[in-house]
Design a protein around this ligand. Structure first.
Ligand SMILES: [Zn+2]
Length: 460
């Protein structure tokens, strides 16, 4: 891995002091930021020198909650029912599909500047192989879900212990085989309190403690989950996990959309983090103001953090209007405060690293941290002229404006092209796998073929 000198960039460190160098330099060696500031000199002639004039240099995005779900694109948006389409379709994936889909997914992460992402997936082994090849930083979890997905679409929860056992074994194998390999670390990931049983949560917690891992889960994501947990345990999902001793600073929960006021207080006291994706219902700024660690995750069919920022701007503005109205805004009501553009950038970088517990390594550009960063070309008509480059990026930037992506000091995207992945091959092979997954689904659900025909315009 060669050393890199970056010269004359607009460096937004996103550190706690919000330090910016309008014309700054950075020297990277051995995967680490050695020096940053004005007139930085390399101790020797560097392997790569990058002129960053008219470029913004900032930390890579930390995408805190994702799944491999490309096969839902053009399906779920048209047919759309989480329990009738998403979950049943997941039952038709096979482990061997995952390497190509994984590589297609890594291509998306890297193109979009997500230098770190957390990926929760059923067959993570193939995905981990893809990550090793692609070179991005990943926290991977094997999701443990143990209900019969075909019955669930009829609203019936049928728990299958052998399915849970197999999933738990995949999680343990993932940890044994991949944790610490390259830039991969692992996490325990029982899927949700309605989809995994109490014993599974306890086992995951015990394994995590024994091996120094964190735990992540979907928490109060859907009304159906809340109702099922109430039926089973007479509690809300956060209360249930609290009583199991799992609600602590080692836990992150995705969504928390249906958390009650009492749940929220419990979350504050526990120190756990929330992985917020796009829900308009979520009181994002209230969580932030209460001191809950929060990060942003794309969650579903796209992994573009810039798009996610804009969805959050629109979503939180709509929420502020619906919940607070103009009176709420005038009173500075903390329930309805909109996040600033800069706060969103922080959530997508440093705060995301904090919620995942990796902020000592990544999330901001500071001496001693690992060199995970992106360069955004401002010399394009979508971003310039502007008085504030960071506002321009949040409001108008796209992944194609990101011309360079560096992870752990290694250049994974340069001049707009990926260096470790053959993008066209990864996408075409991924597409073949998607067709196969859907075909398997149709073979066992022939009535769906007709349904889909009516709704997906280009289906053969
Ligand atoms: Zn999710």
């Amino acid at each position: 891995m060669g050393d890199i000198l970056i010269k004359n960039g607009f460096i937004a460190t996103i550190d706690k002091d919000r330090t910016v160098y309008k014309s700054g330099d950075m020297y990277i060696d051995d995967g680490k930021i050695v020096s940053i500031g004005k007139d930085v000199k390399a101790p020797r002639s560097p392997e790569y020198t990058m002129d960053a004039k008219n470029k913004v240099v900032m930390p890579g995005f930390v995408n805190v909650h994702t799944h491999l779900q490309q096969y839902f694109r053009g399906v779920y948006e048209l047919i759309g029912d989480f329990y009738k389409v998403n979950l049943p379709l997941e039952g038709y994936r096979r482990p061997e599909d995952m390497e190509w889909l994984g590589l297609a997914s890594c291509a998306e992460f890297i193109h979009g500047g997500s230098t770190t992402a957390m990926m929760i997936y059923t067959y993570p082994d193939g995905f981990a192989k893809a990550v090793e090849e692609a070179g991005n930083r990943m926290i991977i979890g094997a999701d443990i879900e143990e209900v019969d997905l075909n019955r669930l679409k009829e609203g019936v929860y049928d728990y299958l212990p052998e399915k849970g056992e197999a999933a738990y074994k995949r999680a343990v194998d993932l940890h044994r085989n991949w944790h610490g390999k390259g830039l991969i670390t692992t996490i325990m990931a029982p899927k949700a309190a309605d989809l995994a049983v109490t014993e599974t949560y306890l086992r995951c917690k015990e394994y995590a403690e024994e091996h120094g891992l964190n735990v992540t889960t979907h928490l109060s994501q859907s009304w159906r989950e809340v109702q099922q947990v109430e039926r089973l345990y007479g509690k809300t999902p956060p209360q249930h996990l609290h009583d199991l001793g799992i609600l602590d600073e080692k836990l992150t929960g995705a969504h928390c959309t249906y958390a009650t006021e009492r749940d929220t207080q419990m979350i504050v006291e526990s120190g756990m983090g929330i992985l917020h994706c796009r829900s308009v219902r979520n009181p994002l700024t209230r969580w932030m103001d209460l001191g809950i660690p929060v990060g942003l995750g794309t969650d579903d069919y796209f992994h573009d953090m810039l798009q996610l920022l804009r969805e959050n701007i629109a979503g939180q503005a709509a929420r502020a209007r619906a919940v607070g109205g103009s009176l709420g805004m005038l009173a500075g009501n903390r329930l309805t405060r909109r996040p600033s553009f800069y706060e969103l950038l922080e959530l997508a970088t440093r705060k995301g690293a904090e919620v995942l517990g990796i902020d000592e390594k990544v999330g901001s550009l500071e001496e001693g941290k690992r060199a995970d960063l992106i360069l955004i070309d401002m010399l394009n008509p979508f971003l310039t002229p502007t008085k504030d480059p960071l506002t321009s990026i949040v409001l108008y930037g796209t992944s194609s404006d990101i011309d360079t992506v560096i992870v752990d000091g290694r250049i994974l995207k340069r001049d707009g092209a990926l260096t470790t992945i053959n993008t066209a091959e990864a996408l075409l092979r991924g597409q073949e796998r998607v067709e196969e997954i859907i075909e398997r689904f149709f073979e066992e659900n022939p009535e769906q073929r007709k349904n889909w025909h009516k709704m997906v315009p280009y289906m053969e």
